[in-house]
Ligand binder design. Structure first.
Ligand SMILES: C[S@@+](CC[C@H](N)C(=O)[O-])C[C@H]1O[C@@H](n2cnc3c(N)ncnc32)[C@H](O)[C@@H]1O
Length: 268
């Protein structure tokens, strides 16, 4: 993959984005390439009976372009429509989007067309001390203890490179415990090699874990095995692959951990 740099942000060396926190990422992997794979009416078909607002979590949202595109697409809003925060598709969606990079989050907040429905927050999802109070507080506002749907788009590789095999497992387990449905776009193994190569070109050493990763090869398959084998999720469907060879996989929790978790009377 060409390294996403330049554009409206101060230039950043590609290797200087060790978490995949590329500015202008969406110019290189445009949101449309992902959202067009998702069927219209997806939320209605996943949650036919939901009378309350749906809650979504977008992990690794970068500067928010994909989060906003997902929000529009899932609610059936056209570009330029719905800026009054009045979704049109008969479902109400609140999206919490987080990223480890505070500058990307600042930018997302600055340009958000749906500030009442989409919240952007600076959070390292792997930092349990920061994550737990933050997510509980957000969910508590809705009287909930889990999200209806999670989005993990082009993030797994960065967690894997920075936290190793155990970090990837921990991350997937966390997402499965937090979200009833999980839409995930894993990076294929060739992207790992490209990321390590970029770092070496800058004269830096590999990511700490790169050479020791035992989870490797067909990453979509490996992640599916972990989610279905260890995390009590089932694969609902694959929505196909983007033109840059990443598949979009939808999982559903089949454990009982998401049922009956809402507290009564506080839903908005
Ligand atoms: C390649 S970008 C993907 C952006 C967006 N999801 C998309 O697909 O267009 C990966 C993002 O994950 C974020 N990220 C990496 N590790 C993270 C962590 N531990 N917690 C939160 N965000 C993280 C990076 O800062 C970066 O913005």
């Amino acid at each position: 993959m060409a390294a996403p740099v330049g554009g409206g942000f101060p230039a950043l060396e590609p290797g200087a984005a060790p978490y995949g926190n590329f500015p202008n990422y969406s110019r290189f992997h445009p949101p449309e390439g992902r959202v067009r794979l998702l069927p219209a009416g997806l939320l209605r078909s996943l949650f036919p009976a939901a009378a309350r607002p749906l809650l979504g979590l977008d992990v690794g949202c970068n500067s928010g372009e994909l989060s906003v595109a997902l929000y529009r697409h899932l609610l059936g809003l056209q570009e330029g429509e719905g800026s009054l925060d009045q979704p049109a598709a008969g479902k109400d969606l609140n999206l919490l989007c987080c990223d480890i990079d505070p500058l990307l989050i600042e930018r997302a907040q600055q340009f958000s067309p749906f500030p009442a429905s989409i919240s952007f927050a600076n959070l390292d999802i792997m930092d349990s001390a920061a994550r737990e109070p933050f997510l509980s507080s957000y969910l508590g506002r809705f009287g909930r203890s889990a999200f209806d749907i999670g989005f993990c788009m082009s993030v797994t590789m960065w967690i894997h490179l920075n936290h190793g095999d155990s970090g990837l497992r921990e991350f997937l387990s966390l997402l499965s415990s937090l979200c009833t449905y999980l839409l995930i776009e894993p990076q294929p193994w060739k992207c790992y090699r490209a990321a390590a190569r970029r770092l070496r070109k800058l004269g830096r050493s590999d990511f700490d874990h790169f050479r020791s990763l035992a989870i490797n090869g067909d990453m979509a398959e490996r992640i599916t095995q972990i989610l279905t084998g260890d995390c009590a999720m089932e694969l609902v469907c694959c929505f196909g692959s983007t033109s840059w060879d990443r598949s979009l996989l939808l999982f559903k929790s089949n454990g009982s951990n998401h049922e009956g978790r809402e507290s009564s009377g506080q839903e908005q």
